[in-house]
Design a protein around this ligand. Structure first.
Ligand code: 3HC
Length: 290
């Protein structure tokens, strides 16, 4: 397989995937809605690598080499050279569908197309790809360079060869793989999102304030972040998108979104990326908002 990896979607996840893949010696093509957005993401990766150099985690030469392997691109044509195309765009099926259909023309004969979807069924999305046998879920966790897990999710039509090659790729990034069947939310988000949603119900019912809900889970469960801080970190819009996929696909009322989550998303309070969610990030450190 060609070692060039193309990544579509240069947000939090796509940038983290690009950094990780390039740090493991592979060439990366990074695309978003425009060259400008991809270039801004490239600058963001430069900054993230700079922080690691500053902390003495990596050498300057390695940071430069990693950055040099990531090429921002403005159209999909160069992706015909990629052995693997990873879609890491917004968690909306229509957006992903349009990407798969557009990039389908570029997919090399033996290349694999993967989606970093957090919850949308792989079997269904495989229909938007030129070859469902070479389509698979490849779910990274945020922050990608740090988190040790990748979920690999074959759809109904995914060939065993595709699963094997994708698993080998994930392991080549130094990650551990969990193989999940194509069920809503896969393994981790199926467990995580109801917990985050429930924490927001707890907040909405004034059982405890933001600080104490998070403190409870940090100290009582040994989680590195409480569920509300984690929701801000993931993005409240993404949390709502995932819980809605669980709710709509299972039609099980236990996945109904907390009204406060819906309100926050409607207000544009999406968490860290907008400077405000359950916490205010305007001064750098998270400050609880209520
Ligand atoms: N690149 C490389 N390294 C990074 C990094 C990045 N972008 N961001 C952080 N790090 C490294 C730091 O260098 C540091 O390394 P060190 O321990 O060797 O010094 C380490 O990560 C910890 O970073 P910080 O000291 O800055 O901060 P914290 O100790 O507070 O840890 C955290 C931050 C790793 C984010 C930790 O709070 C954590 O693990 N939180 C939970 C994250 C989580 O649950 N993620 C999953 C979300 S769900 C998901 O992604 C699925 C999706 O579908 C919704």
């Amino acid at each position: 397989m060609n070692t060039t990896v193309a990544i579509i979607g240069a947000g939090q996840m796509g940038s983290g995937i690009a950094q990780t893949v390039a740090a493991h010696g592979m060439d990366v093509l990074l695309a978003d809605v425009s060259l400008d957005v991809a270039e801004k993401a490239h600058a963001g990766i430069d900054k993230a690598l700079g922080k690691l150099v500053g902390k003495g985690k990596i050498e300057i030469a390695d940071a430069e080499a990693t950055l040099g392997r990531i090429v921002p691109i403005g159209d999909y044509a160069p992706m015909s050279d990629a052995g693997l195309i990873i879609e890491a765009a917004t968690e909306k099926e229509e957006i992903k569908k349009a990407i798969f259909q557009k990039v389908g023309d570029m997919l090399a004969a033996d290349a694999i197309m993967a989606s970093n979807t957090s919850s949308i069924p792989i079997t269904r999305m495989a229909n938007y790809a030129p070859d469902p046998a070479r389509f698979i879920g490849l779910h990274f966790f945020n922050p990608v360079p740090v988190m040790k897990l990748i979920e690999v999710i074959p759809g109904l039509a995914t060939a065993q060869m595709t699963t094997d090659r994708t698993t080998a790729f994930a392991e080549s990034l130094g990650k551990e793989v969990v193989l999940s069947q194509d069920e809503p939310g896969f393994v981790v988000n199926r467990i995580l999102l109801p917990m985050i949603n429930e924490a927001i119900f707890v907040l909405g019912q004034s059982t405890a304030d933001i600080e104490d809900i998070d403190k409870g889970c940090r100290l009582g469960l040994n989680h590195p972040m409480g569920p509300l801080q984690l929701a801000d970190f993931v993005g409240l819009d993404t949390c709502l998108d995932i819980i809605m996929v669980l709710y709509k696909t299972t039609r099980d009322a236990k996945y109904r979104p907390a009204p406060l989550l819906v309100k926050y998303v409607e207000a544009g309070w999406l968490g860290r990326k907008t400077g405000r969610g359950f916490y205010d990030y305007s001064n750098g450190e998270p400050v609880p908002t209520r």
